[in-house]
Design a protein around this ligand. Structure first.
Ligand code: ZN
Length: 360
């Protein structure tokens, strides 16, 4: 007999009262919080699951294993359950996107199923697993040695998890994204999650190389990047630019970390992407979210020769209230310098921004 529950039975019994990724994610957060507060024994955790969601003992234990233990969100020590660092991150960030990112680390390739079902809705399990395997074995060379049995087991784990979290569903033997699963992939392209470190490093190499030559302000039209490559490139651009400014906002100097090691620092394109601005790091500035917005809107610019902040004159004439002063006070200040001079913002790009975007 299969060690996995019968799919139809699962549909009947898995968290029966809910129906979307958002609700299912909320259930997961509730349980994580409960575990964090109570540090209960595993048995108590699945008893809690069983009682809260009216599950059979068997399913409660299975969900405990699939959603919490295998996914690396909790660990046991001295007979008690604790949140792992990843579990804490999921709880703190409260983002299904972060959860999926973490699960992708524990179960490589899981988001590939979302990619497949986005392009091929309503397919049988054989086609789903086959297409998925073709996609992910290129990304994770280790998977090329999988036996048929391993492939079936491994894909089953991932499918179970995605079904439990309501990303995907089975109807009449055909797999598809749920309605909330569709919503999720439209807002959060799976490619963004699936990008591997080596892909970002490869793009970083290319961007660093481009920074050695003459500055080309615009992307050449014949360069077509795949969605995946362009995401990796975005991350590479962000990584180079924010590192060059040590995650400080070049205009206001704010540097704000969050516990998981990220910063409130964005890499702004001086000539924006929608104007075909290039990803050469010299077309970048590290800005906080506020300064990024006022820069993109042309409320501020950077003087191409002096590298000083210029605030649009209309704002300086306005009766200054504290929010306006929060911007106008930087007028004439020098922006922060980059660590390595060769990544200094390009004069050509800044001139373009002053001419085309700055409100003057
Ligand atoms: Zn700022």
């Amino acid at each position: 007999m299969s060690k996995y529950p019968d799919p139809e039975k699962v549909k009947m019994t898995f968290y029966p009262m809910v129906g979307s990724v958002e609700q299912q994610f909320q259930n997961l957060l509730d349980m994580l919080l409960w575990i964090d507060v109570n540090n209960a024994a595993p048995k108590q955790v699945y008893e809690q699951l069983r009682d809260k969601y009216q599950l059979s003992h068997y399913f409660a234990r299975d969900i405990y294993t699939v959603l919490f233990v295998s996914s690396g969100l909790i660990t046991t020590k001295g007979g008690q359950c604790y949140l792992t660092t990843m579990g804490k991150i999921v709880l703190e960030t409260s983002s299904p996107f972060v959860l999926l990112e973490i699960f992708e680390k524990s179960f490589a390739g899981v988001v590939g199923f979302l990619e497949v079902l986005r392009s091929k809705p309503k397919i049988k399990s054989g086609e789903l697993i086959g297409t998925w395997y073709g996609l992910v074995k290129e990304r994770f060379p280790k998977m090329q040695n999988w036996s048929r049995k391993t492939l079936n087991n491994q894909s089953r784990h991932r499918i179970d998890w995605l079904r439990t979290m309501k990303f995907i569903e089975i109807e009449n033997g055909l797999f598809s994204l749920t309605e909330s699963g569709w919503r999720f992939v439209l807002q959060n392209p799976p490619e963004l999650i699936a990008i591997q470190k080596h892909e970002i490093i490869e793009q970083e190499k290319q961007l660093r190389k481009s920074a050695l030559g003459d500055f080309k302000p615009f992307e050449t039209a014949n360069k077509i990047y795949s969605l995946r490559q362009s995401f990796a490139r975005d991350r590479a651009f962000r990584s180079i630019v924010t590192t060059q400014y040590e995650h400080y906002c070049a205009v206001c100097g704010i540097k704000l970390p969050v516990p998981r090691g990220a910063y409130l620092a964005e890499a702004a394109h001086i000539i924006p992407k929608h104007s075909e601005g290039s990803d050469d790091p010299r077309n970048g500035l590290c800005l906080c979210r506020n300064c990024h917005w006022v820069f993109d809107e042309g409320v501020i610019t950077v003087n191409p020769n002096k590298l000083t902040v210029m605030v649009a004159s209309y704002l300086q004439k306005t009766d200054a209230n504290p929010s306006i002063r929060a911007i106008t006070k930087y007028n004439g200040n020098e922006i922060r310098s980059v660590i390595d001079i060769k990544y200094s913002p390009s004069k050509i790009a800044l001139e373009w921004h002053s001419d085309q975007i700055f409100l003057g």
